[in-house]
Write a protein that binds this ligand. Structure first.
Ligand code: TYM
Length: 395
């Protein structure tokens, strides 16, 4: 019997990882593991209801990074939310347009991502699930926020800087892909801030890669509140949203280059595991994952990034600490270890994958979910937009 099977046998294994890193307003990170989640939730939960908002781009099938870094965390938040908390999850079509998209593929991907969210366990009766591009208030608020966003801040955004660097590295002008340097990409983080602030969001569950965007969103909330104070007794319009991120064990790196994160855009399909990959494909990709020539398993992301990434993945699947996983496998071979990682990933993906295959064909159901989600979303944002219009003089 594999070590993995021995480990999970008899243990009530939750489908989703429950370790969270929560950013306090001072951006101090704190690791919260399974045992103290409930205690922590009661200590940090504000007296007023929480508003949780997050989004995902409809740009292809989600990979293991999206699953561990975002979707499963959303489901966990949904499961643990207090009845009065609002949970809002959006498929951000307007953000997808910042890179060239094939219209037919984008249209199919929008529906597919909705099916994925539902397949992972987002319950449309409990949470609001909708397409960002079906709520015009996001774009309206984004414009207003654009007008209080300093250009310098957007120039410093890493996503923009990396595109700019890519274009500057081109050997001559004919290699510069101007379509990747559009204004939409430049103001992408402002639209993201509008997504969040339109709901007066208090908590944003996203991966570490989104931290800079959340910081900008907080800055814009502060600037708006200061610039448009309203009357003497008027409260600030926007609360300061907190970044809720999964623990580092949920930051999934490329299987082929563990110095970069697992991403949809990497040209090497073997660098990522997709929700739709079969057990055989998962096995093959993990077997071929870049590791090292050191015997045994240990956890050190500086000296053994490839192995550490696999330890992180297994730990996230098992809801365990990576250090404990590494100790358990210390004397095992890479091949045995990889076999168990593949088995754990398949265990995590197989349920949502089956459900996705069933749901993706039920177009009438998917359309009814997104329609009612957009109506519920607009009911909330209508009030924010009215307030924003009054404060800014647009009435
Ligand atoms: P997107 O679509 O790139 O990614 C969706 C979520 O997946 C997380 N993620 C990862 N987590 C761990 N390891 C990885 N390798 C990995 N790759 C992606 C991301 O952190 C994210 O949580 N800008 C956002 C979408 C967005 C949004 C918003 C999010 C638009 N408006 C408002 C929150 C709130 C994005 O591009 O996500």
């Amino acid at each position: 019997m594999s070590l993995l099977r021995q480990h999970v046998r008899g243990a009530a294994r939750s489908l989703f990882p429950s370790c969270l890193l929560s950013h306090s307003p001072s951006h101090v990170r704190r690791t919260v593991h399974t045992k103290d989640v409930a205690q922590n939730a009661s200590q940090t939960r504000p007296t007023h209801p929480r508003v949780v908002f997050s989004g995902i781009q409809p740009t292809g099938m989600p990979h293991l990074g999206n699953m561990l870094g975002a979707l499963m965390n959303w489901v966990k938040l949904q499961r643990e939310a207090a009845p009065e908390d609002k949970l809002i999850f959006s498929i951000v079509g307007w953000h997808a347009l910042t890179l060239p998209q094939d219209p037919k593929e984008l249209s199919a991907a929008r529906r597919e991502i909705l099916a994925v969210l539902l397949a992972c366990g987002i319950d449309p009766k409990r949470s609001i699930v909708f397409h960002q591009d079906e709520n015009r208030h996001h774009a309206e608020l984004a414009w207003i926020l654009n007008c209080i966003t300093p250009m310098g801040k957007l120039h410093r955004m890493t996503t923009w800087k990396s595109r700019l660097a890519a274009s500057r590295n081109a050997r001559d002008d004919s290699e510069v892909d101007e379509s990747l340097l559009n204004v939409g990409l430049f103001t992408y983080p402002v639209l993201q801030a509008a997504d969040i602030l339109a709901y007066k969001t208090t908590h944003v569950p996203v991966g570490e890669d989104q931290q800079q965007h959340i910081e900008l969103c907080r800055d814009l909330a502060v600037t708006f509140n200061k610039t448009f104070k309203g009357g003497k007794d008027d409260p600030p319009v926007f609360p300061l949203p907190r970044h809720v991120i999964p623990s580092t064990s949920c930051r999934v790196l490329s299987l082929k280059d563990p110095s970069s994160k697992m991403s949809k855009s990497s040209p090497d399909v073997n660098s990522r595991i997709l929700l739709t990959d079969s057990a055989e494909q998962i096995n093959k990709k993990i077997r071929r994952a870049v590791t090292d020539s050191i015997t045994g398993i240990s956890y050190d992301s500086d000296t053994r990034p490839g192995i550490a990434n696999l330890v992180d993945i297994l730990a996230a699947c098992e809801d365990a600490k990576p250090q404990d996983v590494a100790v358990r496998y210390a004397n095992r071979s890479h091949a045995e270890f990889k076999m168990d990682v593949a088995e754990a990933v398949e265990g995590l993906m197989s349920g949502p994958r089956r459900e996705f295959e069933r749901l993706r064909r039920d177009i009438a159901y998917l359309d009814s979910v997104s329609k009612s989600g957009a109506a519920r979303a607009m009911e909330i944002t209508e009030k924010t937009i009215d307030e924003v219009r009054k404060r800014t003089g647009l009435y």
